[in-house]
Write a protein that binds this ligand. Structure first.
Ligand SMILES: Cc1cc2nc3c(=O)[nH]c(=O)nc-3n(C[C@H](O)[C@H](O)[C@H](O)COP(=O)(O)OP(=O)(O)OC[C@H]3O[C@@H](n4cnc5c(N)ncnc54)[C@H](O)[C@@H]3O)c2cc1C
Ligand code: SF4
Ligand code: SF4
Length: 1024
């Protein structure tokens, strides 16, 4: 069995005293010191890993004041902090070995929106997309754009002065900040806003820290005016943070927001911000230009920018080729098709915006005529995307670029450390040519994309930092690129901030650097806020790029095979796509429902990496452990596990903290499908549970749930008794004791009788083999799953009726356990055996050439995702989803036209299906279309049930919370002419449990329509 992993007490006296003092002073937020929490907050999207002492989650401004005023007491001046928003920084900006202050959990309220003045006041933890969603109905938006808009917070954006696509017309975050509610390190609250000369005079008189910082800033600007003008490049991406160039207002006043924006939390904690809003441009179109090579795309950028378009974005061949194999390509592929000239090796995406259609057409005309009249070398042709859906899909693809780069095979993965340099756009192509030569000389692979209109190129060289020999590359490449950027008059940090790259600050700020240090000293005299970043207050050194511990140095202690075996957990790069704010996206329900970052794919991947490392350090061979467990007879093991369960580990066993995070995972697999790196939590969760419960006793519910498929045939023999228990209060109370709740009732319908009644045969290999080729053409084998067959056989029968009505010949495969529940709960030995048995049986049926079709998405997709890992290559049977099978027979459906123009059919797909087989979900649209019906496929999050998750008592509240985030509204939004449908058994059960009328499966709806149609003649106009 695996050993207990005692968590060493790390925290020093200084910090324990500080937390005691905080509690005593009635800090209203959360204080988390567990190894689990601190592990999850030890990384961002950078190459670094630094574990904090604790994480504080303030609830209100007063908590920040408390944090700061206590920390300013002489006894606590050694305590330091990093404020954190979404944690998507790429350079270790929010990493610290002190205390992380997370603003995102509680301080995420939109305080006020004033549509007349076009302003909003928000707390710092509000996510950018959250704000824009709230603004949409007012026709307004917060303009600065960034790829991480669905998880980056306004506080983080302000502190990195974020911007991205469209920055040439919309500028940076600092251009839209009206006022900042800041808490200074002595506990002073201060509303920073531009001060007219008179107001400035009053502030300069103040005897407090606010007065000090204004006096100093005023003096610095006066004394260095010329030097400031000469030092700050006249670029769209000027030196940001401590921005002395924009301190003085036009009327001679002072605006310290220019200093605070981009300061990366080194000067003050931002509690709230007042922001300037803009009207949403009503019309947008994209012109997608293809090139022979990337250099041609870069050299064309100048010409395109001069056409006065809204933005010009570029993507190189590498990113493009990764996008081709990603979920996004389905939507955008048509705009970037290869042509006769061969592969497209670079693209520019040109955006035009307009307030009305006429203006849009005129602008499009202008750009396309300019392109037609100017035949640049290497430019191949273009497409135009004019509708909202296409425009959004192309931007979504562009936003995924960084993530896509991470989705490559092998240990060398793209990493962020020289990724956002900016040079004057006119030098970009030459600069990039030298940059590429430099990377090529080091033998590095890389992909490039960026904002060519602003001269910013994102470059992530692929390194394997678990290989010690590659570490020096970080220094060599950084030094060379910093020098190159200076040579071309650019900046090293054009977009993502300085963080651990702050050592280059003196080179770029030159003789003004000491003034930055004076500012830092005035704001934060004891160097407690993000020390080492951007500027030091005289004492303390700047962080050097090779000073913070590298993630790779931790991961290298795990042997490569184990790293490989744990389903990409080791490759999670912290880009945070799994923190998606959008409640209608499938990713990740447990994070959305809890707001706890431990309970996200990134959180779980971080915990597993740490767990693997701790086990590796103790010399544990996990493969051997798993083999022993899989072979062990059931009667061996309970006693040692009982002893381990009763025993106590000093400081607690880290494995318990990992299990806690795994417990809240719904195994919905959205991460496996949508994480750009394909971090597959359910897969490594099962491996973890197997090993964890090799040491500890399982809760009683586990064997019950895991063996449900084996138990159901037995239970069904006394179905009346089961229904009596599951349907009665005492029975439910009893189930509750075992940890189960809201159990469904067995159907009273007898499937064998009903099949006989319809003349549908049980599939046998010999019978199938004996079918003539034309019979095989019309035949299919329905692969049963226990949940449909025992709880909802009516669905299977409806499908059969539909097939018969359409002239097909269905067979039904004998019911065998599929093993999914065993896998989910980590009974991997038993799962392997179930999979082998079932696969052998299904393969015999499949050998006839008659296709196999499974009804339930989750059970059917198990054959594609879990079976291949358990079986020898080539032994997994192909089992299609109904829509995949029907989708190949559209011509046979097209003979029926069920005209229902006024009815809106709405499909709520199962989230595993939606995220792992997006194309198959689209097939439903084609099927409905072939039958003359209009189907809308709704974007919905997770229903919260996910197999048996919502039937476990401890999960029920979370399950319901998740349901209410997205599904409830989609289900209850149903009107008389809107018919929502769901493909998942779990989803339909959840809808019923939540008190709504049950939803039909789309097949049931089609059956009703087709059968009704057959009876009443074609083209009958009744709506269903
Ligand atoms: C895949 C990917 C794509 C990206 N694309 C872009 C892009 O297009 N444009 C762009 O600008 N950036 C981009 N970034 C970088 C990053 O997303 C931005 O810098 C973003 O603004 C950070 O927001 P956050 O909430 O995650 O902040 P965090 O990473 O949590 O923090 C960033 C900095 O702000 C400080 N901070 C946060 N909140 C506060 C507060 N309330 N008070 C004081 N200090 C605070 C932190 O201490 C830290 O120094 C990208 C990152 C990734 C991973
Ligand atoms: S789990 Fe995937 S999406 Fe989440 S941070 Fe890691 S790599 Fe990004
Ligand atoms: S399986 Fe679902 S709940 Fe679990 S981590 Fe992945 S996205 Fe989150």
């Amino acid at each position: 069995m695996i050993p207990a992993l005692a968590v060493e007490p790390k925290m020093g006296r200084l910090y324990t005293d500080y937390f005691d003092a905080l509690r005593l002073a009635r800090f209203a937020g959360d204080i988390e010191v567990s190894a689990g929490s601190t592990t999850v907050f030890a990384t961002d999207n950078s190459i670094y890993q630094l574990r904090p002492q604790a994480v504080l989650f303030p609830r209100q401004r007063a908590d920040l004041v408390l944090i700061a005023s206590l920390a300013s007491e002489p006894r606590f001046r050694g305590v330091c902090f990093a404020v954190r928003g979404g944690g998507t920084g790429t350079n270790g900006q929010s990493l610290t070995d002190g205390i992380v202050i997370d603003m995102s959990r509680h301080m995420n309220r939109i305080v006020a929106i004033d549509p007349v003045r076009r302003t909003a006041v928000v707390e710092a933890g509000v996510v950018k997309d959250q704000l824009n969603k709230a603004l949409k109905s007012h026709g307004l938006f917060f303009a600065p754009e960034l790829s991480t808009s669905n998880r980056a917070t306004i506080g983080g954006m302000i502190n990195t002065d974020a911007c991205g696509q469209g920055s040439c017309i919309y500028g940076k975050t600092s251009n839209h900040v009206l006022a900042l509610n800041a808490v200074l390190m002595d506990g002073t609250e201060w509303l920073s806003r531009p001060l007219a000369p008179e107001a400035l005079r009053a502030v300069l008189e103040r005897p407090d820290r606010v007065g000090d910082v204004h006096r100093l800033a005023d003096a610095i600007e006066r004394e260095n005016r010329d030097l400031i003008g000469a030092t700050y490049p006249k670029l769209n991406r000027f030196l940001t943070g401590y921005d002395l160039a924009h301190l003085r207002t036009e009327d001679g006043g002072l605006n310290l927001n220019s200093v605070l924006c981009g300061a990366e939390g080194t000067l003050a904690m931002i509690a709230e911000a007042e922001l300037n809003l803009l009207p949403i441009p009503r019309f947008a179109a994209l012109i997608n230009i293809r090139y022979d090579d990337f250099d041609a795309a870069l050299r064309d950028a100048r010409f395109l920018t001069e056409l006065k378009v809204a933005s010009v974005e570029t993507i190189d061949a590498k990113v493009l080729s990764l996008a081709r194999s990603d979920i996004v390509w389905e939507e955008v592929g048509q705009f970037f098709a290869h042509d006769r000239a061969g592969d497209v090796a670079g693209i520019n995406i040109v955006e035009v915006l307009a307030n009305d259609e006429e203006e849009l057409c005129a602008k499009l005309d202008q750009v396309t005529s300019a392109l037609a009249g100017d035949g640049r070398p290497g430019r191949r042709g273009f497409t135009v995307a004019g509708n909202k859906h296409d425009v959004e899909a192309i931007w979504a693809m562009r936003k995924r670029a960084v993530g896509l780069l991470g989705n490559v095979e092998g240990p060398r993965r793209p990493v962020a450390f020289v990724e956002d340099t900016a040079v004057p756009p006119e030098h970009l192509a030459d600069y990039i040519a030298e940059f590429r030569a430099l990377l090529d000389a080091e033998g590095l692979d890389y992909g490039m994309f960026g904002h060519v209109d602003a001269g910013v190129l994102h470059v992530r060289p692929a390194l394997d930092l678990t290989d010690e020999r590659q570490e020096p590359l970080v220094r060599r490449v950084s030094d060379a690129v910093a020098k190159l950027t200076l040579k071309y008059g650019g900046v090293f940090w054009g977009e993502h901030g300085k963080g651990a790259r702050s050592e280059y600050a003196p080179d770029f700020f030159g003789p003004l650097y000491p003034e930055l240090q004076r500012l830092k000293a005035a704001f934060d005299p004891h160097n407690q806020l993000n020390p080492g970043k951007i500027a030091t207050p005289g004492h303390g050194a700047l962080t050097r790029i090779d000073e913070l511990p590298l993630r790779g140095a931790f991961d290298r202690r795990i042997d490569p095979d184990t790293r490989q075996a744990f389903d990409n957990a080791a490759y999670c790069n912290g880009n945070g796509a799994c923190f998606d704010f959008n409640t209608d996206s499938a990713m990740c329900p447990s994070f959305k429902g809890t707001g706890d970052r431990r309970f996200s794919p990134k959180g779980r991947a971080s915990l597993i990496r740490e767990w693997l490392r701790l086990l590796a350090e103790r010399g544990v061979d996990l493969k051997a452990e798993a083999e022993v467990l899989r072979k062990r007879p059931a009667w061996r093991g309970p006693l040692p596990r009982l002893i381990a369960s009763l025993g106590r580990t000093k400081g607690g066993d880290f494995s318990h903290q990992v299990r806690e995070a795994m417990d809240t995972c719904l195994a919905c697999k959205a991460c496996a499908g949508q994480c750009p790196v394909k971090v597959n939590v359910p897969a490594f969760r099962s491996k973890f549970l197997e090993l964890y419960y090799g040491r500890y006793l399982r809760p009683l519910k586990d064997p019950l749930i895991a063996s449900i498929e084996h138990l159901l045939p037995v239970i069904a023999k006394v179905g009346w008794l089961y229904n009596l228990v599951a349907g009665s209060r005492p029975g439910q109370a009893l189930m509750g004791k075992v940890g189960l709740t809201a159990l469904p009732l067995l159907s009273r319908q007898s499937l064998p009788t009903e099949l006989r009644r319809r003349g549908v045969a049980i599939a046998r290999p010999a019978d199938l083999a004996a079918l003539s080729p034309s019979e095989k053409e019309r035949s299919l084998v329905l692969v049963q799953d226990s949940f449909t067959s025992y709880f909802e056989p009516a669905l299977l029968l409806d499908f059969i009726d539909l097939l018969l009505a359409l002239g097909f010949k269905p067979f039904v495969a004998p019911l065998k356990p599929n093993g999914k529940a065993l896998h989910v709960h980590g009974y991997l030995g038993a799962f392997e055996r179930a999979a082998e048995h079932n696969a052998r049986h299904l393969s015999r049926l499949a050998a006839s050439g008659v296709p196999l079709v499974g009804l339930d998405p989750s059970m059917t997709l198990c054959y594609r995702s879990e079976y291949p890992g358990a079986l020898e290559a080539g032994k997994t049977p192909t089992v299609l989803l109904p829509q995949e099978w029907l989708g190949e027979r559209l011509d046979q459906l097209a003979v029926r036209k069920l005209h229902r123009p006024e009815t809106q059919y709405v499909l709520l797909p199962h989230c595993t299906e939606r995220t792992n087989t997006a194309d198959s979900v689209k097939s439903w649209g084609a099927i409905f279309d072939a039958l003359g019906l209009k189907l809308t496929i709704e974007d919905a999050g997770c229903c919260g049930m996910a197999g048996t998750f919502g039937h476990e008592r401890k999960n029920r509240a979370l399950s319901e919370t998740i349901y209410k985030l997205s599904w409830r509204q989609k289900v209850e939004g149903a009107g008389p002419r809107r018919i929502p449908m769901a493909t998942g058994y779990s989803c339909r059960s959840q809808v019923k449990l939540m008190g709504s009328p049950g939803l039909p499966h789309p097949l049931q709806l089609l059956k009703a329509l087709v059968c009704e149609d057959s009876r009443g003649g074609f083209h009958n106009s009744h709506d269903m």
